[in-house]
Design a protein around this ligand. Sequence first.
Ligand SMILES: Cc1cc2nc3c(=O)[nH]c(=O)nc-3n(C[C@H](O)[C@H](O)[C@H](O)COP(=O)(O)O)c2cc1C
Length: 184
Amino acid sequence: MNPDDLEALIHRRASGMTIDRAREVPRDVVERIVNAAVAAPNHRKTRPLRVAVLQGESRLGFGEAVASVMSAQGEDENRVEKARTKYGRAPVVLVVASAPGESDLETAENEYSVAAGIQNMLLMIEAFGLTALWSSPVKGAEEEMNGFCGFPTGSRMIGLIYLGHGTRETPPRDRPVPEINWLN
Ligand SMILES: Cc1cc2nc3c(=O)[nH]c(=O)nc-3n(C[C@H](O)[C@H](O)[C@H](O)COP(=O)(O)O)c2cc1C
């Protein structure tokens, strides 16, 4: 791959949530996507990445676990009901978490590393011609999510990635050119 190809891929990537729920993503493709995340830098080789792949019924089970926390937190009933089924909107949901560190700094650096790993995954997803959306985990439900996914207690939820085949083209994004302070 030359720089032009990589640059085009990076800029073509766009979030999308119009996903065909019924069309599976082959397991080896999911594995290759997830494996791309380990190539992100991680300080002191802490290997902080934690990933669970939700498919089939587990998406609804995860939604139930989240919804019961939301309900106990007194959240709006409509939002709670939505949470029960929302993870079924894609055939695959990647739950991505980061291991806590031995200090606040290490915990933060682990999170940066996992976030960088998610971008690697999103680029692989784009390269496979698939669609994804990085969504924020529901606040206050981390331990239930950790438990459901088999992650150690204290793991930090970084993102839930909806993944599948898009049902329509995502329009090109208009992204601002970054301001660079060139210093000599
Ligand atoms: C930490 C993080 C959390 C996000 N959470 C959500 C979310 O909860 N819901 C959502 O629709 N998009 C979420 N996004 C995706 C952004 O909304 C999306 O990347 C942004 O709109 C820019 O669009 P693009 O990815 O197509 O460039 C999140 C992105 C990041 C980095």
